[in-house]
Design a protein around this ligand. Structure first.
Ligand code: NAD
Length: 472
């Protein structure tokens, strides 16, 4: 087990200032794999001072200088792809195949897409007798969760740097090792000292100190709606720019005329990927009442293919959850759903067979729940799909829009026009049509309690820019 005792501040690794550590466990074995510093407020202040000192120089850098630096960063990510995937598998439990394809592949694609955005972006424009400038917004606090730990770091840090901002990153306490690897890669890219800083630690200490600190101009947060609300309040008091990427309970609507088997099979793959720890997961499958039993039969057969196992084994499709706490939470939701009258289509309570060590749950499909049941309304963040019948299109829309969330969604139909027309009426930030395909240039973010602000593409860059107009 590695004991790390430093934080990345001001262009180098500095001895940790506090005495406490966070022990990182492998969720498949429950064994400790490393300890990292539990940061303290003094380290937050030091990191922000370094970021503030570096801000004018980085803000004044040319587009070409930033493009060159971020190209080196992207190339560093690509060169470390295998180590990235292995690190995420070790500390999060993501199966090796998905860890390579998505946990490592997506951040590389996102970093590449931001190079294109930066190359093309108009940082000033003429509007009548004015010139309107998009200026760097200053010092950014990036606070990230554990479920796509590198993707969510890259989706904040890269556009912030592209905009000319400097950054202090506070990663999740569950996945600090990937953040340390990211800091090493940034270090290798040769950015000026203080442009990027990392402080590992607890959310209630390091995260809260960052969100409240007057030395922060922008708070970019991804995580739960509960913590997002607290961060929004804190940032509001300081009149900081803030973006909040929060929870979801996304609906996947199968309209009559769609390929039902494909829709159900792809939906299960979507919900069980990353053990269901995906903010955009289509956790509510809506099918017409005439196709309800057929859909449940397809789901039962499909679910049987998702046997949990060792995430290091390339054949494994479903690994453990990140922590014992998360496992208990998901099991409570499954137990609660059964108490609420759910029909068990697949999976169920308890541990998967033969897996009493590791934070495993059984990939589960539930039916017959009333629309107001907790398992239908609340984000479970585990491999749990709820199937709901609808009577007609208006009923489907009311169900789809009938939660506090609005992050993602899917619509399946016989033709794309029909699906898109339905998707336009959904209260949500992005909808995949007949399966969709990830686009790192498309804006990503939530409606309602799923958040404010956007990541990715031009919209993501603009979260880190301030507007200034000069009148002539
Ligand atoms: P979380 O809200 O518990 O923690 C997120 C981050 O906030 C962590 O770094 C944590 O240490 C920090 N934090 C905790 N308390 C804090 C406080 N009081 N002040 C400041 N920072 C604090 O979320 P999580 O459990 O790490 O992640 C899961 C959640 O993230 C889910 O709700 C999921 O939907 C959401 N999520 C959203 C998106 C999106 O883009 N919309 C993407 C991934 C995950």
């Amino acid at each position: 087990m590695e004991h790390y005792a430093d934080q990345y501040i001001g262009g180098g690794w500095r001895p940790a200032a506090g005495p406490d550590t966070i022990v990182v466990l492998n969720p498949a074995t429950e064994q400790p794999i490393a300890a990292v510093p539990a940061g303290i407020a003094a380290e937050v202040a030091a990191a922000l001072a370094a970021a503030r000192a570096a801000a004018p120089g980085w803000a004044a850098s040319s587009r070409e200088e930033r493009l060159a630096a971020l190209t080196r960063l992207r190339d560093g990510l690509a060169a470390h792809r295998a180590e990235i995937a292995a690190t995420v598998t070790a500390e999060l439990g993501t199966p090796a195949g998905f860890a390579d394809a998505v946990q490592a592949g997506t951040p590389i694609a996102v970093a590449s897409a931001y190079l294109d955005v930066l190359a093309d972006y108009a940082f000033h424009e003429k509007v009548g007798n004015s010139t309107v400038y998009a200026e760097p917004a200053g010092v950014v606090a990036a606070i990230t969760p554990w479920n796509y730990p590198l993707h969510l770091i890259v989706a904040k840090v890269v556009p912030a740097l592209a905009a000319g901002c400097t950054v202090v990153l506070k990663p999740s306490e569950e996945t600090p090792l990937i953040a340390r690897l990211f800091a090493r890669i940034v270090d290798g890219a040769g950015l000026p000292p203080g442009v990027f800083n990392l402080v590992t630690g607890l959310g209630t200490v390091v995260g809260a100190a960052l969100a409240a600190h007057p030395g922060v101009d922008v708070v970019s947060f991804t995580g739960s709606t509960a913590v997002g609300r607290a961060i929004g309040e804190s940032a509001g008091r300081g009149i900081k720019k803030v973006s909040l990427e929060l929870g979801g309970k996304s609906a996947s609507v199968v309209l009559p005329g769609a390929d039902l088997a494909r829709a159900v099979n792809v939906n299960l793959a979507n919900v069980f990927a990353n053990s269901g720890q995906t903010c955009t997961a289509w956790t509510r499958l809506l099918v017409h009442r005439d196709q309800y039993e057929e859909a449940l039969a397809i789901a039962a057969a499909s679910a049987a293919k998702y046997a949990p196992g060792d995430p290091a084994d390339p054949a494994t499709q479903v690994g453990p959850l990140v922590s014992a706490r998360q496992r208990e939470r998901v099991r409570e939701y499954i137990d609660g759903a059964l108490a609420d009258g759910a029909r068990l289509v697949a999976g169920g309570p308890g541990a998967p067979e033969g897996l009493d060590r590791g934070y495993y749950v059984r990939p589960t499909v539930l039916a017959d729940l009333p629309p107001d049941a907790r398992a239908v309304q609340e984000e479970i963040f585990g491999p749990v799909l709820v199937v709901l019948p609808y009577d007609d299109e208006e009923h489907a829309l009311a169900l789809a829009n009938g939660t506090e969330y609005g992050l993602a969604g899917a619509v399946w139909a016989g033709d794309e026009e029909t699906a898109a027309a339905f998707a336009r009426r959904m209260e949500t930030g992005q909808v995949d049509i007949n399966g969709g395909r990830f686009n790192p240039l498309a804006p990503f973010g939530g409606w309602k309690n799923s958040g404010v602000g956007r990541e990715l593409g031009r919209h993501g860059l603009e979260e880190f820019l301030q507007t200034k107009s000069l009148q002539f």
